[in-house]
Design a protein around this ligand. Structure first.
Ligand code: PMP
Ligand code: GLN
Length: 379
């Protein structure tokens, strides 16, 4: 039978992580920490696993966790969100993105995405009969060209997908960006999907969540992930905040995609967030130190650092090392011959510009970063 997703192959994250394992390379490709989650959090998981909390969670998520999320966004973004009807806990941000797109995108709808774009958006758009309209982030700072967005909007535009802090570039939206967005969508039916999974890893000023702006929040699905915040990407627990009318549609998909999300972990997260509400406030400093260490160590290499203002990713330009080599070939070579795995950036574009960029994940122990940099500095 004809493939419903002819352009899709195995994701670059699987490919590069597998290659890293096969060749015993230091894996700075797929984004995940190589250090543990807080012990107090792990202890709570053990408690719930051993004390009879291993059956279905409520479909929309554990009430205490939804309350904790509502309190957090009220405190950080001044957003008033009803935990009962406007927050849904999902199996990772991935499920939330898929459900949000599936809930509202219909055949023939256009969805604006900014390249380089995280790889899960477009397949979800296409499966629902929509069309991704790719706009390219402006170099050198990977900012949004709002004039270009204005020109790309058509009567078919159903949704704009935003991602800040941005994977893979580390760019972040500014207040000015939110101003522009507000002006553009005013008086339209355009919905927003705001992927804010790195909301707590922002190095440049406070994170500009769309939840800060009532005019944006009223038309937005805002998606986040506990995997990034609590160093637990393998747990796959995330959430979606959306106004009641959108959450109703969102939950119709969520209840048939997964029905509910892993119960003991939701309970453990609830306790941890309540007991250590300041944990995520320490993340910017924690990750800034790692970013700075990695960039400092790489100073004697022939790579050049593209400033990263958020996420746990660092782009590096390798044009001095292999100007003629495309980034996929370079990333594979780096993994198999040098022993450090990275992600090529061109895979996140519909049509990649002539550039020589790879992405390194610095969510690693300092020792791992030192060992990786030592290898990379020898090239
Ligand atoms: N969006 C972006 C931008 C991401 O980087 C990730 C994590 N790789 C996700 C969504 C998915 O998050 P989760 O692992 O919680 O499904
Ligand atoms: N979001 C992670 C990254 O960008 C990978 C997630 C995945 O493997 N699907 O590296």
């Amino acid at each position: 039978p004809a493939s419903k997703l002819p352009k899709v192959t195995t994701t670059i994250f699987t490919e590069m992580s597998q290659l890293a394992t096969e060749h015993g390379a230091i894996n700075l490709s797929q984004g995940f920490p190589d250090f543990e989650a807080p012990l107090a959090l792990l202890d709570r998981v053990t408690y719930y696993l051993e004390n009879g909390f291993n059956q279905y969670a409520p479909m929309t998520g554990v009430a205490g966790l939804r309350n904790a999320i509502a309190m957090k966004v009220a405190k950080l973004y001044g957003a008033e969100v009803d935990p009962e009807s406007e927050i849904t806990v999902t199996s990772g941000a991935t499920e939330a993105l898929f459900a949000a797109i599936g809930a509202v995108v219909c055949a023939g709808d256009e969805v604006i995405v900014f390249d380089p774009a995280y790889d899960s958006y477009e397949p979800a758009i296409e499966l629902n009969g929509g069309k991704a309209v790719h706009l390219t982030l402006r170099q050198p700072d990977f900012s949004i060209d709002w004039l270009q967005v204005a020109q790309a909007i058509s009567p078919k535009t159903r949704m704009i997908i935003l991602n800040s802090p941005h994977n893979p570039t580390g760019a972040v939206l500014s207040e000015g960006d939110l101003d522009q967005l507000e002006m553009l969508v005013k008086g339209t039916n355009i919905l927003l999907l705001s992927d804010e999974v790195y909301e707590h890893i922002c190095f440049k000023g406070p994170h500009q969540s769309v939840l800060r702006r009532p005019a944006l929040a009223k038309r937005a699905f805002v998606v986040s992930s506990f995997g990034k915040t609590y160093h637990t990407t393998g747990w796959k627990v995330g959430y979606c905040i959306a106004p009641n009318v959108l959450s109703v549609e969102f939950r119709k998909l969520h209840q048939y995609l997964t029905f509910c999300t892993v119960h003991p972990i939701q309970l453990a997260l609830t306790d941890f967030i309540n007991d250590y509400p300041e944990h995520y406030l320490e993340l910017p400093t924690f990750y800034r130190q790692k970013r700075d260490l990695f960039c400092e160590l790489m100073k004697t290499s022939r790579f050049s650092c593209i400033p990263s203002e958020g996420t746990y990713f660092q782009l590096m330009d390798y044009s001095e090392i292999a100007p003629e080599m495309d980034d996929l070939t370079f990333a594979r070579w780096l993994t198999t011959e040098i022993g450090v795995a990275a992600i090529p950036v061109s895979v996140f574009y519909e049509s990649a510009p002539e550039q020589r960029l790879v992405r390194f994940c610095f969510a690693k122990d300092d020792e791992t970063l030192k060992q990786a940099a030592e290898k990379l500095c020898k090239i």
